[in-house]
Design a protein. Structure first.
Lengths: 325, 325
């Protein structure tokens, strides 16, 4: 990512604010790599391995000892790419299943047969991969709804902020938010946080009928604390400020063990989660490690626009989850 | 705002990320003060002046030559507060109208009678002030819907990013978004940006029926470019990344004069706008200057939790708007 050009507007200096504000490079959170050390690599089906970005992601994860890949895709393309990279993949299995029509189902079948313990999205469409995962006959469903979590870290800091769901569930209803919450709590547990603080986010910390996300957050909290979510301290609704800033929470009179110290933000809609994670990534060089939980195996779901550090962090997360369960 | 305390969780170091990430102080954007220089102070009704924060905000705005206050509130409290601050307010008018029941209506009446050209929210509830403003018989309605704009700046940078609506309109429909857009464009014009770039935000840059904010953004863009909004370059839907990062826009193949260079983000719902502005304020020390446009006079709408710099910046915005029209 480089500097943008000056815009033609007379007053606004439209530069690429991301690189201006955060000169720091992206980084793989060191604590994730520490947690993976000494653990065996996790057998991982790379769905749609026949693309340079997918192969590069797999190689980085392999070189850090995170995964042992099973390449799923067009066999000759995978071999050609590996050769062009100078990567000897003769020790790894390749499953010939090219394209959106075959690669997702083949990767999912490997997980169903316990031949792999994690999935990595390569060059397949997210929709195609998810459709194979949720297929009632041949997929990887559990009693839990699938949801996506962004594990956000800023270079040089140990602080983790999870944002869910900014990628899969668009406008989840109350039941879905309970599953989304439990999935994120499960991830926190795998990472060693035995009692994460969960904030149900709205645009306000008050209960306002005209803002359904506030009253729904209260309902999620009520049901969660009634036993539908376990292993966490859960409260809400919060506005962003009183979820993450103790000072803002004090000033607004929000009294809660979660206020100001949220580890997990459960957002009311995908637009909120998507905007928040991208603002952190683009304005603050935060590493956004994405993972889908709620299926029989964790799924590394990354985007073409992700920097390599985010891909590696995502693989580390999945490896930790797979080794934890 | 100080450092938070360590949490009891074994792994997560829960500190106040805001102060950790942005050691820079808040600042009033210097360009706003430059724009106000040489212009007369704007007569401003301070609705609910009988509170220390309101009086302090007014004094700061006066000392910078931004406003000439008319204090609306409990007269004896205003006088006592001024005395305790050592502020000689004998040259200013006081309108005795205490409380939510009287102060908003009295302040609005001053604007209707052209005795003031701006309103500043003091110690009254936002709902009470807005109700007085939108009152069909006695308020300050125009043909335009009211909307709120956050004018965001980061210390040391000239770049402005406007976010609308993160405070007043909860889940605006298509018609409302057109007004929201025009109000923000009007503000940009007053600030000297004659052709701002406006991005209609969604969770994706694609048109996805399952995500109504994406298709609605396209409809807003179509109607805006059909003449319902003037004086701007408007496009969408965008996800946050391709709205503000030219590199992300290129990578996603988003080809638009707005892509990567948005001056104004029109968000699909209040939760998105509220979260984004607060993340910038708390994680990046951004100054969030809030203003309500679309009424007969601009309204400085600040929150108890705002730092003084945001209040001053809000007053500068209103003064620029009032002097522009």
């Amino acid at each position: 990512m480089g500097w943008g050009t000056l815009s033609s507007s007379p007053f606004f200096i439209t530069i690429e604010i991301s690189r201006v504000l955060s000169e720091k490079p992206y980084e793989v959170p060191p604590y994730l790599l520490r947690k993976c050390k000494g653990k065996p690599p996790v057998r991982t089906a790379v769905a749609g391995a026949d693309h340079p970005v997918a192969m590069e992601s797999a190689r980085q994860a392999v070189s850090l000892g995170l995964i042992e890949p099973v390449f799923v895709g067009d066999q000759s393309s995978v071999l050609a790419l590996a050769a062009s990279m100078g990567w000897d993949i003769s020790g790894y299995r390749i499953v010939h299943a090219p394209g959106d029509a075959k690669a997702p189902a083949a990767a999912v079948a490997l997980a169903r047969g316990h031949e792999v313990a994690a999935l990595m999205k390569g060059q397949v469409h997210t929709d195609a991969l998810m459709a194979a995962v949720v297929n009632r006959a041949s997929g990887l469903r559990t009693s839990r709804r699938l949801s996506h979590i962004f594990h956000m870290t800023v270079p040089g800091r140990e602080r983790v902020l999870m944002i869910t769901d900014g990628a899969v569930n668009i406008h989840p209803h109350t039941d879905a938010k309970l599953h989304i919450t439990q999935n994120a709590v499960d991830l926190a547990h795998a990472l060693g946080n035995t009692n994460p603080k969960v904030a149900l986010l709205s645009g306000t910390e008050s209960l306002i009928d005209a803002m359904p996300s506030s009253t729904d957050a209260a309902e999620v909290v009520r049901r969660a604390n009634n036993g539908e979510v376990t292993g966490a301290t859960i409260d809400g609704p919060f506005a962003f400020d009183n979820a993450i800033s103790p000072a803002a929470a004090r000033l607004k009179g929000v009294d809660s063990p979660v206020a100001g110290y949220a580890d997990i933000l459960v957002v009311p809609n995908i637009e909120t989660g998507n905007g928040l994670f991208k603002m952190m990534a683009y304005f603050m060089s935060a590493t956004a490690a994405g993972i889908v939980m709620g299926a029989q195996v964790p799924i590394m779901l990354t985007s073409r626009a992700d920097p390599p550090e985010a891909r590696v962090a995502s693989a580390a997360l999945a490896a930790i989850v797979a080794n934890h369960t």
